[in-house]
Design a protein around this ligand. Structure first.
Ligand SMILES: [Zn+2]
Length: 294
């Protein structure tokens, strides 16, 4: 059984308002006060939407200075007792400087990360408003990963938060904890000219999951989902794939304002994030209807 019209409840205008609200905190690189403020906003939102929230704190290292950087993932669980689970995740940190600006002087500027950082988190916030109504017995977790890109040009490691999350999940699973049937990572899902290609790693290591998502997209007439095979993108799905969780990244790597000061709410389109959100909800609804261990 799935809830008719449930996926259409994902509201792109409301998601854009969340992007604006997050960007009002300023740039949100890992370890910044604004990143901490965002974490509190998101955790409170998840809680008020019925999620059981846990904060996974850990310590990273600043790639330029070697100083310790406090980091934390925010994880919210619906039906926390269910052993079969689905995960939707996004990174919440914004890259520290706009290193794809053409003018070298501008490459040192911080930027808002409305699409790269903001849109994934806003999509999770909008999902959180509806996930309590998902029928069936599957558990759902929404996770905001820290430190996907505390990286300066090429200096620094990617995906620290998702690696920490994967390490903890693996340890819990090995001692009898829950398992993820599948995970979807959202990254840059609101760009005005968004096109989502089938990302290389997901296609190679979780082909059936890629196909499930694209099938929902086709059924919904979601035209921003392209049949093209895209690049291989190093994103937060890789640490999950590495521990055996089938994972796909929906990522618009051709975003024109990528890692520039132009990555503002004005570069985002409510219809784009809405399309992605509704496909993800359509997929959740379909999987939930089939039940655990399908
Ligand atoms: Zn980025």
């Amino acid at each position: 059984m799935s809830l008719p019209g449930w996926a259409d409840r994902f509201d792109g205008d409301r998601a854009i308002r969340d992007i604006v609200r997050l960007c009002a905190l300023g740039p949100r690189p890992s370890g910044s006060p604004a990143a901490g403020q965002q974490r509190r906003v998101v955790a409170e939102h998840f809680r008020s939407s019925g999620g059981a929230v846990s904060i996974q704190g850990f310590r990273g290292e600043h790639p330029l200075t070697g100083e310790p950087v406090p980091m934390a993932n925010v994880v919210a669980s619906w039906r926390p007792g269910a052993s079969d689970r689905l995960l939707v995740a996004a990174h919440g940190d914004t890259r520290p400087v706009a290193d794809r600006e053409r003018d070298p002087a501008r490459r040192l500027l911080p930027f808002l990360g409305a699409n790269d950082g903001g849109s994934g988190v806003a999509a999770l916030m909008e999902l959180a408003r509806h996930v309590s109504d998902l029928p069936g017995a599957l558990g759902v977790d929404l996770a905001v990963f820290d430190a996907e890109e505390l990286v300066f040009d090429e200096v620094g490691d990617y995906c620290l938060g998702s690696r920490e999350f994967a390490r903890r999940h693996r340890r819990a699973f090995d001692s009898g904890g829950p398992s993820y049937e599948a995970a979807v990572v959202l990254d840059m899902v609101a760009g005005r000219s968004m096109q989502l290609n089938r990302e290389g790693f997901g296609l190679e290591y979780a082909a059936w999951l890629t196909e499930e998502l694209w099938e929902v997209a086709r059924d919904r007439g979601a035209s921003r989902f392209s049949e093209d095979c895209g690049h291989y993108v190093e994103d937060d799905h890789l640490p999950l794939l590495a521990i055996g969780v089938p994972s796909v990244a929906l990522v618009d790597i051709e975003f024109p304002e990528w890692h520039t000061v132009g990555d503002t709410p004005e570069a985002c389109d409510p219809r784009a994030i809405e399309e992605v959100g509704r496909v993800v909800m359509g997929w959740l609804g379909r999987v939930a209807g089939e039940g655990p261990g399908r």
